[in-house]
Design a protein around this ligand. Structure first.
Ligand SMILES: O=C(O)c1cc(=O)[nH]c(=O)n1[C@@H]1O[C@H](COP(=O)(O)O)[C@@H](O)[C@H]1O
Length: 237
């Protein structure tokens, strides 16, 4: 069983900006678990992963692969060499694509990073999903279905809103991971997120990891904002 934790989304445009941010956490006893997403990875390439790893952080590499199975298998085989802790794909790529992702990510010695699938982005409302994507079902049903598909393909969990963590656990089992962005403090701005809740509520619902970007990175005191997330979500240690 993995320990509940807070993942900071390092959505920065350069290594310089990222390290200026990380330097603020030098004195923290707890080394934050970090997410590297498309912006930073596309700007800096694999070297940013190696450099952050060298500083001793755990890394969720969030590139959300979504392509034909052969392409995803081969791309995942490349990413498996980066020695990150967690990677992701879009569950909309189907069970075959997710199986190919598992195969590609698995190293010759049988080990691999955790692999999770994005169900419906936390910026998507049920109204837009129905109206624009023509998925004619309640969004909770879609999320649970995608989570079951991910489990069937052999993945370790899903990305969903913390609001959906409980129903995913109920459908797929307590050990099936829920990694949940769409987190805001009670007094915070939603920005482009739609399906959101607070770190404290995410804990009550049963999320394993919350992914928090702007509430920490754009805060006037990012370390204090991170500690607030940890206090609400992880509690006393
Ligand atoms: O896969 C993700 O990490 C992800 C999935 C999702 O459904 N929603 C979502 O917001 N994310 C990511 O989580 C982070 C949330 O950032 P903030 O909205 O700034 O807290 C961003 O880096 C998003 O790319």
């Amino acid at each position: 069983m993995l320990t509940r934790d807070v993942i900071i989304a390092c959505d920065f445009a350069s290594a310089e900006a990222t390290f200026a941010f990380l330097d603020k956490f030098e004195q923290e006893p707890r080394k934050p678990f970090l997410k590297i997403g498309m912006e930073l990875y596309y700007a800096e390439g694999p070297s940013i992963v190696r450099e952050i790893k060298r500083r001793g952080h755990r890394i969720f590499l969030d590139l959300k692969l979504h392509d034909i199975p052969n392409t995803v298998r081969k791309a995942m085989a490349v990413l498996s060499k980066l020695d990150v802790d967690m990677c992701n794909v879009h569950a909309a790529g189907t069970i075959d694509m997710m199986r190919a992702a598992v195969e590609g990510l698995t190293r010759p010695d049988g080990t691999r990073p955790l692999l999770i699938a994005v169900t419906q982005l936390t910026s998507t409302s049920e109204e837009r999903m129905r109206g624009e994507l023509l998925i004619d079902a309640p969004i909770d049903e879609v999320i649970v279905r995608y989570a079951r598909n991910a489990r069937e393909a052999g993945l370790d969990g899903v990305v969903c809103s913390p609001l959906e963590a409980g129903m995913v656990k109920q459908a797929c089992g307590a050990e099936f991971l829920t990694v949940t962005p769409g987190v805001r403090f009670a007094d915070g701005d939603m920005g482009d997120q739609v399906r959101v809740t607070t770190p404290a509520r995410a804990r009550e619902i049963g999320s394993d990891f919350i992914v928090v970007g702007r509430p920490v990175t754009a805060a006037s005191d990012p370390v204090a904002a991170y500690r607030r997330c940890v206090a609400e979500f992880v509690g006393a240690e």
